[in-house]
Design a binder for this molecule. Sequence first.
Ligand SMILES: *[C@@H]1O[C@H](CO)[C@@H](O)[C@H](O)[C@H]1NC(C)=O
Length: 166
Amino acid sequence: MATIYPADHLTLAGQPYSMQEYYANCHANGSLTLIVLPISRHTQNILHSPSHSASISVSSDPPAAARARVALMGSVTLLPDDSPESEALKDCYLAQHPDAVEWIPGDDEGAHVAYWGIFDPHTVYFVGGFGDEHYIGYVPLNLYQTASPFDETDVGSRFLKQEASF
Ligand SMILES: *[C@@H]1O[C@H](CO)[C@@H](O)[C@H](O)[C@H]1NC(C)=O
């Protein structure tokens, strides 16, 4: 994840900050689920940003120059404590990050105060690998949101088929 230090920060105003952050994939439209911890630097940057903006990058595993990665730029919305979605998010999140059981929102015994958040991308920038062989550029948001899971080894051919239609 990358965020920007707030304008009133004493020494780092406007500077980008990036650090690994957990997210879970729990929504069909590709919006990502976050556990928002008030003690985290990212959370402070997001909450001080007028549009609650952040960017999250997702890379192939293992990452490599020849393999696909994507930067999602968007904003974070906190869910209310009593959100009806909480139980489902907890199950989904823990299935992807079992160790997060220590900081699940709503747990009075938890290690930290925590809230559920949703990261909704507004812009998607995709680097498929090398520009002579792979698509590099923006991906229309509706294409991202309506995509279904696929075998990443097939990303090139699928993307080219899609590209032909926009
Ligand atoms: C994505 O789906 C979630 C869950 O249905 C919803 O809360 C969220 O608003 C959607 N985001 C966008 C950008 O449509």
